[in-house]
Ligand binder design. Structure first.
Ligand SMILES: Cc1ncc(COP(=O)(O)O)c(C=O)c1O
Length: 399
């Protein structure tokens, strides 16, 4: 008898992230005071002017298929990509989806066939890998180290390319490491992509969360060929405008790819919720108010970043390469391996994570989920008080 479940779902790994999250939530439900560093989302509320635009859409009857502001949103995205990223896309080259995760899923589904190779630098955001598997693709992982700043180089990319290579996933700033590629590093990778006609997703969802000197550069802006044939830019409003629950993301890219995505989405989900599109439209068009909100969130994240890095480095057996973007601290806990903590011998990031949760009531995400078993990820998108409370507990655990 054939299996109840389709092969595509049998081959997807259950998420280690979700397992830890479920355990932390179960403890919280029992009244245990757990400090959570798991969430991959800003802890701020969506700015009020955006909320009002969403509410306004609902009260004025923007509640049907085909958001009233759907075209305006695509125009606003095209204008944003031109102004901020130097990307010249027409509105017809943009597909708005239910979050950037959905945009990525769509791209994999229209490009990747059984056996196609998808090149993914590690540490990676876990969905890159599982979405490749869901499409029948084979992930080809490019390892990086702290010495390379968790970044790949052009020779490493070129060496991974085979006749089966279908897609390369590029993410700067990175979840989970916070690594940010410099413009020169991006140019070097782009040269390889162009030479080998390697279709590339540039996931730029954290572009506005960069701290320090490095300027964000959009891969697709580097040449006509990259823009028109090779690069699909993925972005969204979740992280920049604290709108994770609105579920609005987008893909912009070569016309035939975008047309294929539209076809797929038309049969799967159609357009995202109308009032959410109205909110996203406001976020992108009311630049004065949005810029102010983005700037103040970034400043606060930066303060927390410096603080958490300093506190993590002070922990016995823990070290961290300073993250320069996003809102994650990716701490190396391999210095703790071999030690006994709370009666458990620590041999992996997963062990560390379990002990941190069971004994110190601190929830972190094990690096195994990101292809990096020596690290744990802490999101600092949480208040400074909670950062201190959690780090005090870890300090006590580690001695
Ligand atoms: C690297 C990266 N890309 C894409 C997403 C998806 O964001 P959303 O679906 O909320 O737009 C996330 C969210 O965690 C992410 O970390």
């Amino acid at each position: 008898m054939s299996s109840t479940y389709a092969r595509r779902i049998r081959e997807v790994q259950p998420s280690a992230t979700l397992a830890v999250d479920a355990k932390a939530k179960a403890m919280q439900a029992q009244g245990i005071d757990v400090v959570g560093f798991g969430a991959g989302e800003p802890d701020f509320n969506t700015p009020q002017h955006i909320v009002q635009a969403g509410v306004g859409a609902l009260t004025t009857g923007d509640t049907r298929y085909g958001a009233k502001r759907g075209n305006e949103l695509k125009e606003a995205i095209a204008a944003k990509l031109k102004r901020e990223n130097g990307l010249e896309y027409g509105a017809e080259q943009i597909v708005v989806s239910s979050g950037a995760k959905h945009s990525l899923y769509n791209i994999y589904q229209v490009l990747v066939d059984e056996g196609d190779e998808v090149i993914i630098p590690a540490p990676y955001w876990v969905s890159y890998l599982e979405q490749a598997r869901l499409a029948g693709g084979t992930p080809v992982i490019l390892e990086t180290t702290e010495e390379s700043g968790f970044k790949i180089g052009p020779a490493q990319l070129e060496a991974a390319i085979t006749p089966k290579s279908k897609l390369f996933i590029f993410n700067s700033p990175s979840n989970p490491t916070g690594a940010v590629y410099t413009p020169d590093e991006i140019r070097a990778l782009a040269a390889v992509i162009e030479k080998h006609n390697l279709v590339t997703i540039s996931d730029e969802i954290y572009e506005h969360l960069i701290y320090g000197e490095i300027e964000h550069l959009s891969m697709g802006s580097l040449s006509k060929k990259l823009l028109e044939e090779l690069v699909i830019t993925v972005n969204g409003v979740s992280k920049t405008f604290a709108m994770t629950g609105w579920r609005i993301g987008y893909a912009a890219g070569p016309k035939p790819i975008v047309a294929a995505i539209r076809k797929l989405q038309s049969h799967a989900t159609s357009d995202p919720a109308a009032f959410c599109q109205a909110g996203a439209c406001e976020a992108l068009k009311n630049r004065r108010m949005s810029d102010e909100a983005v700037m103040s969130m970034r400043e606060e994240f930066d303060e927390r970043r410096k603080h958490i890095v300093q506190r993590l480095n002070a922990l016995k057996g823990v070290s961290i390469l300073e993250p320069l973007g996003a809102f994650y601290a990716f701490a190396n806990v391999s210095g703790v391996f071999g030690r006994e903590l709370g009666g458990v011998k620590i041999q992996s990031a997963m062990d560390f994570t379990n002990v941190a949760l069971d004994k110190a009531r601190v929830a972190v995400v094990p690096g195994e989920a990101f292809g990096s078993p020596r690290h744990v990820r802490l999101s600092y998108a949480t208040s400074r008080e909670l950062i201190d409370k959690g780090l005090d507990r870890l300090a006590e655990l580690l001695g």
